[in-house]
Design a protein around this ligand. Structure first.
Ligand code: OGA
Ligand code: MN
Length: 201
């Protein structure tokens, strides 16, 4: 991970608790991850995402994505590159903010056309270990017309100003999981992401 990138993320977290960074992952890595994500999805490795931390209840009115958890020892080179980049980010964040992040749990997410994820916070009511959310998009040539924008509320009240983020391939979005409301607007074509949470013990 580039030092300039690390510094942008650290400054964003220090100033406001969130950051959007285009081109966090180089396009060759994004292409590798996208191909792998689609191949595993086509092979039937994904399952419907649930809501909350309990026995996974499928709630398609709330979210319609399919997910596949990432194993840290996944041998695929592009997946290893993602694991390495997010590990560098974890160490830098811990060094600067003493958040005590000890691991990243992350999954591939595929939003089929027409699906969305309603406005929510990432921290579970019964489990406060999720501390820093990290999303990396894997989409090729995504524009606003494709929908699937990440709508983000910079005010922790979840009201007022909204920022709409285009899920362009390689873009990183990171924010404190307990503070920020966000939503995925309906995607007009298949939308791919790697979504993770750095956890405290
Ligand atoms: C999530 C989520 C946002 C996105 O998986 O919790 O909010 O842009 N994802 O994919
Ligand atoms: Mn979320």
């Amino acid at each position: 991970m580039k030092i300039e990138h690390l510094n942008i993320v650290l400054a964003g977290l220090a100033e406001k608790g969130w950051c959007v960074l285009p081109d966090f992952l180089p396009s060759a890595e994004v292409a590798g991850l996208r191909a792998e994500c689609l191949a595993r999805h086509d092979a039937g490795a994904f399952h419907d995402a649930g809501v909350g931390s309990g026995p996974s209840a499928v709630v398609s009115e709330i979210r319609g994505d399919h997910i596949l958890w990432v194993e840290v020892d996944d041998p695929h080179p592009a997946v290893q590159a993602y694991v390495d980049s997010t590990e560098a980010l974890r160490q830098a964040v811990n060094r600067d903010f003493f958040l005590g992040l000890h691991e990243l749990e992350s999954h591939f997410a595929v939003y089929p056309q027409g699906t969305y994820y309603k406005k929510h916070l990432d921290r579970f009511r019964d489990d406060d270990r999720r501390t820093l959310t990290t999303i990396v998009y894997l989409n090729e040539a995504w524009t606003e017309a494709d929908g699937g924008l990440l709508r983000f509320w910079p005010d922790p009240s979840g009201e007022g100003e909204q920022i709409d983020i285009v899920p362009a391939g390689g873009t990183l979005v990171t924010f404190l999981s307990e503070l920020y409301w966000h939503e995925v607007l309906p995607a007009r074509r298949t939308r791919l992401a790697l979504t993770g949470w750095y956890k405290r013990r």
